[in-house]
Design a protein around this ligand. Structure first.
Ligand code: DOR
Ligand code: ZN
Length: 346
C-alpha cells in the first residue's frame, strides 16, 4: 500500500470555539497537527492578552494527553485596541499576532475594524514590535460582488497597508483568488498566505450544482476553477510564502442547514487527508511536507517539528456527521463521501 510519512504539520489558521464545542473539536486537530494558530473570533472576541491566555488554558484542558498540542493565539483587532495591548502581545510568546477582521466580513466580525485608518497607530506599533498581522482579506461594501471581495480588498486596502508599513509582517489568510496568489508572490518575504483544503479541492460549482450544499459554504466563498488552479499551483510550487491553514470552522449542523446558514467548513477530522488528495491530483505529493510542515514554522520563526505522521492510500467513508457526548452534531467537509487518504492513528 502506498504510504507517505512527513514531519508532523501545523495548522496556522484554526477555529476551535469555546465550551462544549471546544471540548468536542480540539482533539480532531490535535490528532493531526502539532501546533495551531487559533482564531480569536469568539463571542465576545479575544481582545486582550489576558483573555488570550485564559483561552489558551481552556484549549489545553480540552486536549487529550495522547495528542500533545501547542495552541498559539492572535488578538482580535478592534478600533479600541490600545497600543499597550500590542506591547503586551509582543512580549507574550504564545501570541503570534493580531487578526484584522473588516467589520461585518464574516462570523463574529461585528467588533472588527470599520475604518482602516483608525488602526494605523496599532499597525505602526505592530510593525516596530515585529508582530504579524493576520488578515481576513475581504471588503464588505454592499455594491461589491461577493466573488470580487478579496480582489477589491487587495486593491483598496492591502496594497496601501503594505506600502505604508513595508516591514509589517502580514499573512493574507485563506487566499481564494489568482489575485491573492499574485499579491503574495510579488511582495517581499514578510508577506505570506495560508491556503485551505476546500479552496484547493473545490470550485464554486460544488455549492450550487445539483442543489445547495451548505457544508461547502465558507468565507471567503469558493471561487471559479481558474482561481482554484492558481491556488493549487501556489501551494505545490515550493514557494515558502504559501503554507497550510485549514480555517476549519465548526458550526452545529442545524446552524449550517438553515434558511440563513453560517459560513465555515469543518475539515479538522480529515484535513491532512484532503491536502494529500489535492497535492496528489497536482502530481506534487513530494511538495506536501514543505507546505504543511516547514513553511509556516519558518515564517513564524518557530522550530520545525520533529515527530512524524503517516498517511496511507486506503479509501474510507467520511461520516455524515460527528456527534459530541453533549449532543452537538457537526457535519464535516466531504461528509457521506469517500476519502482516498487516511491518517494512520497511533
Ligand atoms: O467561513 C468562515 N468561517 N470564514 C471565516 O472567516 C470565519 C469562519 C468562522 O468563524 O466560522
Ligand atoms: Zn477563519
Amino acid at each position: 500500500m502506498q504510504t507517505l510519512t512527513i514531519i508532523q504539520p501545523d495548522d496556522w489558521h484554526l477555529h476551535l470555539r469555546d465550551d462544549a464545542m471546544l471540548s468536542f473539536v480540539a482533539n480532531f486537530s490535535a490528532r493531526q497537527f502539532a501546533r495551531a494558530l487559533v482564531m480569536p473570533n469568539l463571542s465576545p472576541p479575544i481582545l486582550t492578552v489576558a483573555q488570550a491566555l485564559h483561552y489558551r488554558r481552556r484549549i489545553l484542558a480540552a486536549v487529550a494527553e495522547k495528542h500533545p498540542f501547542e495552541p498559539y493565539l492572535c488578538l482580535y483587532l478592534s478600533e479600541n485596541t490600545s497600543p499597550g495591548e500590542i506591547e503586551k502581545a509582543a512580549q507574550t510568546p504564545w501570541i503570534l499576532g493580531c487578526k484584522l477582521y473588516p467589520a461585518g466580513a464574516t462570523t463574529h466580525s461585528e467588533a472588527g475594524v470599520g475604518k482602516l485608518e483608525k488602526i494605523y497607530p496599532l499597525l505602526e506599533r505592530m510593525e516596530s514590535r515585529d508582530l504579524v498581522l493576520q488578515v481576513h482579506g475581504e471588503v464588505t461594501d454592499g455594491d461589491i460582488d461577493i466573488f470580487d471581495r478579496e480582489r477589491v480588498f487587495i486593491e483598496r486596502a492591502l496594497q496601501s497597508i503594505h506600502r505604508r508599513f513595508p516591514r509589517l509582517r502580514i499573512v493574507l489568510e485563506h487566499i481564494t483568488t489568482r489575485e491573492g496568489v499574485e499579491f503574495v508572490t510579488q511582495t517581499p518575504a514578510n508577506i505570506a498566505g495560508t491556503i485551505t483544503p476546500q479552496h484547493l479541492l473545490y470550485n464554486r460549482n460544488i455549492l450550487l450544482v445539483g442543489g445547495i450544499r451548505p457544508h461547502y459554504y465558507c468565507l471567503p466563498v469558493l471561487k471559479r476553477e481558474s482561481h482554484r488552479q492558481a491556488l493549487l499551483e501556489a501551494a505545490t510550487s515550493g514557494n515558502p510564502k504559501f503554507f497550510l491553514g485549514t480555517d476549519s470552522a465548526p458550526h452545529a449542523r442545524e446552524r449550517k442547514e438553515s434558511p440563513c446558514g453560517c459560513a465555515g467548513c469543518f475539515s479538522a477530522p480529515l484535513a491532512m487527508e484532503l491536502y494529500a488528495e489535492a497535492f496528489e491530483q497536482a502530481g506534487s505529493l513530494d511538495k506536501l511536507e514543505s507546505f504543511a510542515s516547514h513553511h509556516g514554522a519558518d515564517f513564524y520563526r518557530l522550530p520545525r517539528n520533529r515527530a512524524t505522521i503517516t498517511l496511507e492510500a486506503s479509501e474510507w467513508e467520511v461520516p455524515e456527521h460527528y456527534v459530541s457526548p453533549t449532543g452537538i452534531e457537526i457535519a464535516p467537509l466531504r461528509g457521506g463521501e469517500s476519502c482516498r487518504w487516511r491518517l494512520v492513528s497511533d
